[in-house]
Design a binder for this molecule. Structure first.
Ligand SMILES: Cc1ncc(C[n+]2csc(CCOP(=O)(O)OP(=O)(O)O)c2C)c(N)n1
Ligand SMILES: CC(=O)[C@@H](O)[C@H](O)COP(=O)(O)O
Ligand SMILES: [Mg+2]
Length: 630
């Protein structure tokens, strides 16, 4: 196999085009085999095989810089840069990352995970290169979905102004995760059908030449018509107007054509955009026909080496999607908004039930947030469904446009906590810290699926301003679903376990409540009695309960699967400090101040000490010294 002989990009430089095409077939087979065991971003990587081979064949990584936008489609790059033998560890603990990782290879020059950063980075690398008087290539590989991200447009605006030598390869497969949306997508679609334009233009010219005498005048008029037609359809005029040299569209699976195209592009001075048309999932029919389902690891489950459609227990996401349908049936004010994640956010069924009430804005979290503010300002009930990590993009819009005007936006924050295989770029562990200090916002987290439903009911019937529900990327607790949903009194916590004279109280949020209950059982067996509190409102705190705990003189342990710095636990400390209550002994357990890498959820929790055993230890550490010795 050709693949066996590849340990670095230079190993393919002497291959013939026929051998490169054979290599592409081998890589596709390799990807399907490996990912049928490990999972991963299958369809995006199957679609970028020839393109990645062509780039490594023509250019010299790492001197020439390859910047993969998002980085989920960098498996072929990893294969060609000496990591094919690590694919059994893909997204595994201490194994190979599913994204570009600088500490993995010198060929990995720009990390991502969040979309639309590659063009800004390419501009930065070109700027630095020119300052240093170097002459390497800077090549950003960005998908049509990522191109809808605001950062990409900001960068293009600047690149077109500076006119530095750099290349943008637009990998256009008409798909984001779901089918791509937006005016840019529509524009690209028109270019993709460019052959129609060429045909129309040719026919128009030959027709005019046949008309004697007036033909000339008509031709001039027609020229204007043709030019206006050009401004509607012709390939790349949008990019040309932004200062790029546009080349394309070109078939991204035709290796000889790709090689020739890039050779042409190399002759161009200034920024050049090569528009490559690919098919997401190419080479694996189920993924070609339904690249949405086969986009990411959570979309399919591996069974006996074969890939099967998504199976498994419902996650909180499914409970959210079903409950939103129930609520929307009764409340026509409800509008669901997603930034390009309808599937991952559990809104596909909602979209079927209410086609005009599910709005996919593309990869545009900032826009989504401010749009929701305006929708709420007009008296409707926008539900902004967004992963915690991607909400980081909309911090200012949340503060400046939603909370400051105190508008009734509902935040459905999914993937709150560790996410497992996607690792540090995707963990939802900072939203408590970056939201709880903003005035007017209410933040909740359910301990189980019934509480999630009740929180959604609470949020829909709450008109006191912005309200957020955060829930994790884990299976639900499997409790029996109560058909009825009820409102929770804002700012009230729930005692889930108690004892006659507890020595301590454990304040837990979300899935940590279950760990706290387990810890309480263990402590009870050792004669140490504690109260377990489901601190289901992260903001506002249950001040009555906090003052009662102080009155009883209980030690406190707080636990959250979120940044301990600035998290829920620190808000408890602030509460007591603000009231000059200093004799409370409080221990905060949470995610420490470093980035936790990819692995399984359990491995990540174990690494940072989110475990019942840790709670037991911390409760004991807070006991009076004499009791600790007992
Ligand atoms: C800021 C941000 N929002 C959402 C996502 C989730 N996401 C990951 S890949 C992707 C689609 C990217 O589409 P495209 O760039 O066309 O790449 P393709 O998978 O089609 O090759 C999305 C929405 C993200 N990574 N970053
Ligand atoms: C690359 C990216 O950002 C998404 O594909 C993400 O990996 C989806 O995560 P889930 O699998 O949790 O939906
Ligand atoms: Mg795409």
């Amino acid at each position: 196999m050709l693949l066996d002989r590849i340990n670095e990009p230079g190993d393919i430089k002497h291959y013939s085009v026929e051998e490169l095409e054979l290599l592409a077939q081998e890589i596709r087979t390799f990807l399907i085999e490996k990912l049928s065991v490990t999972g991963g971003h299958l369809s995006s990587n199957l679609g970028i095989v020839e393109l990645t081979i062509a780039l490594h064949y023509l250019y010299n990584s790492p001197v020439d810089k390859f910047l993969f936008d998002v980085g989920h489609q960098s498996y072929v790059h990893k294969i060609l840069t000496g990591r094919k033998d690590r694919f059994d560890t893909l997204k595994k603990y201490k194994g190979m990352s599913g994204f570009i990782k600088r500490n993995e290879s010198v060929h990995d020059v720009w990390e991502a995970g969040h979309s639309s950063t590659s063009l800004s980075a390419a501009m930065g690398m070109a700027l630095a290169r020119d300052f240093k008087g170097e002459s390497n290539k800077v090549i950003a590989i960005i998908g049509d979905g990522a191109m809808t991200g605001g950062m990409a447009l900001e960068a293009m605006n600047h690149i077109g102004h500076e006119k530095k030598d750099l290349m943008v390869v637009l990998n256009d497969n008409e798909m984001s995760i779901a089918p791509n949306v937006g005016a840019i997508h529509n524009y690209l679609s028109r270019i993709r059908s460019d052959k129609n334009y060429k045909k129309a233009k040719g026919e128009l010219e030959s027709l005019l030449k046949k008309i004697p005498s007036i033909g000339g005048t008509l031709a001039k008029t027609a020229e204007k018509v043709k030019d206006s037609l050009k401004y509607m359809v012709v390939s790349g005029v949008l990019f040309e107007e932004l200062g790029f040299n546009y080349i394309g569209p070109v078939d991204g699976h035709n290796l000889p054509l790709l090689l020739e195209t890039f050779k042409q592009a190399d002759k161009v001075k200034g920024p050049v955009l090569v528009h490559v048309i690919t098919r997401k999932g190419k080479g694996y029919l189920p993924a070609e026909e339904d690249s949405h389902t086969w986009h990411g690891a959570s979309s399919y489950k591996i069974e006996s080496g074969q890939m099967a459609k998504a199976v498994g227990n419902p996650m909180y996401t499914e409970i959210f999607g079903n409950a939103l349908i129930e609520l929307a049936e009764k409340d026509t004010r409800i509008i669901a908004v997603t930034p390009a994640m309808p599937g991952g956010s559990g809104l596909l069924k909602f979209a079927k039930a209410f086609p005009n009430r599910m709005i996919d804005v593309g990869i545009a979290e900032e826009h989504a947030a401010t749009m929701c503010a305006a929708v709420a300002g007009e008296g409707l009930k926008p539900v902004f469904a967004v992963y915690s990590t991607f909400l980081q993009r909309a911090y200012d819009q949340t503060l400046h446009d939603i909370c400051r005007m105190n508008l009734n936006v509902i935040f459905a924050i999914d993937r709150a906590g560790f996410v497992g295989g996607d690792g540090e770029t995707h963990h939802g562990v900072y939203d408590i810290a970056f939201l709880r200090h903003i005035p007017n916002i209410t933040i909740m987290m359910p301990k189980d699926e019934n509480e999630l439903r009740n929180m959604m009911y609470t949020a829909v019937h709450y008109d006191g301003g912005p309200i957020a529900i955060r829930y994790p990327r884990v299976n639900t607790r499997g409790v029996t679903i109560d058909e009825t949903m009820t409102a929770l009194p804002i700012g009230t916590w729930e005692v889930v376990a108690d004892a006659p004279s507890p020595t301590a109280a454990i304040l837990a949020i979300g899935p940590m409540v279950q760990l706290a209950e387990e810890a309480a059982e263990t402590l009870k067996r050792e004669g140490i009695h504690v109260r377990v509190i489901n601190a289901r409102f992260i903001k506002p705190l249950d001040e009555t309960m906090l003052l009662q705990l102080a009155k009883e003189g209980l030690n406190l342990v707080t636990i959250e699967e979120a940044s301990v710095k600035g998290g829920f636990g620190s808000s408890v400390l602030e509460f007591y400090a603000d009231r000059n209550i200093y004799d409370m002994r409080v221990k905060n357990i949470g995610v420490p101040d470093y980035f936790v890498e990819h692995g399984s959820l359990n491995e990540q929790r174990a690494e940072v000490g989110l475990a019942a055993e840790r709670i037991v230890t911390e409760v004991k550490n807070l006991l009076p010294k004499k009791r600790q010795r007992a």
